[in-house]
Design a protein around this ligand. Structure first.
Ligand code: F6R
Length: 244
């Protein structure tokens, strides 16, 4: 595991965007695994800026996202498809038909999950997977207790994640109760992993995933077993590690 300390959120975003840029420059037809949530917004902004300056070309890149809520249509502003289009895809020259997320509108979980796994494998796997970190150690929607050997599956969200995500919805009741997510096995199959975290709220969990036991109770702890993980986090998120 390589750990880079950033001064603040802007610095974290720039350092992480640098790693993604390097991937796109070294392999223009790479497959990027992408995440939603608050943490990557700055990374996407930075990549957009460099694209607009002419320094990056996404025309051959394919992307696969980690997860999507079940039951939200792509034009629902809370869907992850909408988030990706709005915050990243529509600002760069990636082909819309090269961008993939699980289809939250597919009511058949078995078919949808197998379709998504096959899609990732037909693309040749993920070259670089970007991850945020949940307060309870989740990655994607793999909540504590998730089996490490799962590929894409339908998950029932925990109360803590519903509460955390309710900030994006008018009412907590509006947060979908189910999602499709790449499983831990899918994430671990990525050739490289880039995890980003910022803010003091993430300090304890970041310490736990790096130095604590590898256990399904702390899903991101599994990353200790991957041979190419980079963590970029700001000083606040790394505060408990620096002093341990
Ligand atoms: C998003 C995702 C989630 C988030 C995590 C952290 O696609 O898979 O695991 O990365 O919930 O969210 P933020 O960045 O909002 O703290």
């Amino acid at each position: 595991m390589r750990i880079y300390e950033a001064r603040d959120y802007a610095d974290m975003s720039r350092k992480a965007a640098n790693i993604i840029s390097a991937q796109v420059i070294m392999k223009p037809n790479c497959v990027l695994g992408l995440a939603t949530g608050s943490t990557p917004l700055g990374v996407y902004c930075q990549l957009i800026e460099w694209y607009q300056k002419g320094d990056l070309d996404f025309s051959e890149v394919h992307s696969v996202n980690l997860d999507e809520y079940c039951g939200l249509s792509p034009d629902n502003p809370q869907s992850y498809r909408y988030y990706m289009n709005e915050h990243f895809f529509r600002h760069i020259n990636i082909h819309p038909e090269y961008t993939f997320l699980p289809d939250g509108g597919n009511p058949d979980p078995v078919k949808e999950c197998r379709r998504y796994d096959k899609l990732i494998s037909d693309l040749g796997g993920v070259d670089l997977q970007l991850l945020g970190l949940g307060l309870n150690g989740h990655i994607g929607f793999n909540e504590p207790g998730s089996a490490f050997e799962k590929e894409t599956y339908q998950v029932s969200l925990t109360e803590s994640t519903i509460r955390a995500n309710s900030r994006f919805f008018d009412r907590e009741e509006d947060v979908p109760r189910f999602a499709y997510t790449m499983g831990i096995k899918s994430i671990m199959q990525a050739k490289k992993i880039l995890l980003i975290a910022n803010g003091e709220a993430k300090a304890q969990i970041l310490k736990d995933i790096i130095t604590g036991p590898i256990t399904p109770q702390v899903p991101a702890s599994v990353l200790q077993l991957h041979n190419d993980v980079t963590i970029v986090a700001d000083q606040a998120a790394l505060a408990l590690l620096a002093h341990s």
